[in-house]
Design a binder for this molecule. Structure first.
Ligand SMILES: NC(=O)c1ccc[n+]([C@@H]2O[C@H](COP(=O)([O-])OP(=O)(O)OC[C@H]3O[C@@H](n4cnc5c(N)ncnc54)[C@H](OP(=O)(O)O)[C@@H]3O)[C@@H](O)[C@H]2O)c1
Length: 264
């Protein structure tokens, strides 16, 4: 299957590093023009440069803005008025004991992880439906289904994204626009290596260390290793393609079998 996204414009929120960057690179590799987003001009420019260095001929646009604010979303839509593929990847997470999560934290998690995505969907969906083609995706998590006791505010936002995605898919019914969420599992991103080495023997090489970590601390994973960001990106690129035209309103898993369920 050849996935060709040439002629399409994509926006990936929170894409200066980690899963978002891998998604931006995957979309660019398939020929899409890609907007790289983060809060700071320096991190965005670094992400753009890295992408140009790794993907020959990449057509990349720097879109620095805090999309968790009205002003940031407005700046993004001004820079990229017509987007065909919107990947709402931005998401923050941190561990906090359940009874210590403050009202301010609950609100911030809702605003950054849910409302930012809703706002951009509201901005771009009408253009997609008018053009008769579009792809909207939300990067959810195994935490949407298996709520972690140490970050229920994060889990709540990821469950909410599944609902938001299903709802907007209904809004887009019959228009040629598909709307889906992607349930990503434990992934090998920035701080994760440090986190792993806090829990297993520091002298182990990475491959062994992550397997030991998964065996001891994430035994429900069938993959028994962390997922590489490119493996999440592969699913997102497929869902962005013409070939994925019959998948909409779905929550699709790329979680290494972490969620112990037949359906999401
Ligand atoms: N990592 C995992 O194991 C895992 C597992 C399942 C699901 N996920 C989900 O996957 C997504 C990406 O996670 P990740 O671990 O790859 O993230 P990450 O490495 O922490 O990257 C976060 C990105 O978001 C940007 N960002 C943060 N706040 C922003 C804001 N207000 N506006 C615009 N950009 C902002 C950051 O850039 P700047 O610093 O330049 O702003 C950075 O590019 C999240 O939704 C997460 O919940 C992750």
């Amino acid at each position: 299957m050849r996935l060709d996204l040439s002629g399409k414009t994509a926006l990936v929120t929170g894409s200066t590093q980690g899963i978002g960057w891998a998604i931006a690179a995957g979309l660019a590799r398939s020929g899409a023009r890609v907007g790289v987003n983060g809060r700071g001009a320096d991190t965005v420019n670094a992400g753009v440069e890295r992408l140009r260095a790794e993907v020959t001929g990449a057509d990349v646009v720097a879109v620095p803005a805090d999309v968790a604010t009205d002003e940031g979303a407005a700046a993004v839509t001004e820079a990229l008025p017509d987007v065909d593929i919107l990947v709402n990847n931005l998401g923050i997470f941190e561990a906090t004991p359940a009874l210590e999560i403050t009202d301010a934290q609950w609100r911030r998690y809702f605003e950054v992880n849910v409302l930012a995505a809703v706002r951009l969907t509201r901005a771009y969906l009408p253009g997609m439906t008018a053009r008769g083609w579009g792809r909207v995706q939300y990067i959810a998590s195994d935490s949407a289904v298996v709520i972690p006791a140490e970050m229920i505010h994060y889990g709540m936002t990821k469950t909410a994204l599944l609902a938001v995605s299903r709802g907007f898919a209904k809004e887009a019914a019959g228009t040629g626009v598909t709307v889906n969420s992607v349930i990503a599992g434990p992934t090998h991103t920035g701080g994760v290596e440090d986190f792993v080495y806090q829990l297993v023997d520091r002298s182990l090489p990475w491959d062994e260390a992550q397997r030991e970590f998964m065996r001891r601390h994430r035994p429900q994973s069938l993959l028994q290793r962390l997922i590489e960001p490119e493996e999440i990106a592969n699913l997102v690129v497929y869902l962005s393609s013409a070939q994925a035209s019959a998948t909409t309103g779905a929550a699709v898993r790329v979680d290494g079998g972490y969620v112990d369920a037949i359906l999401p």
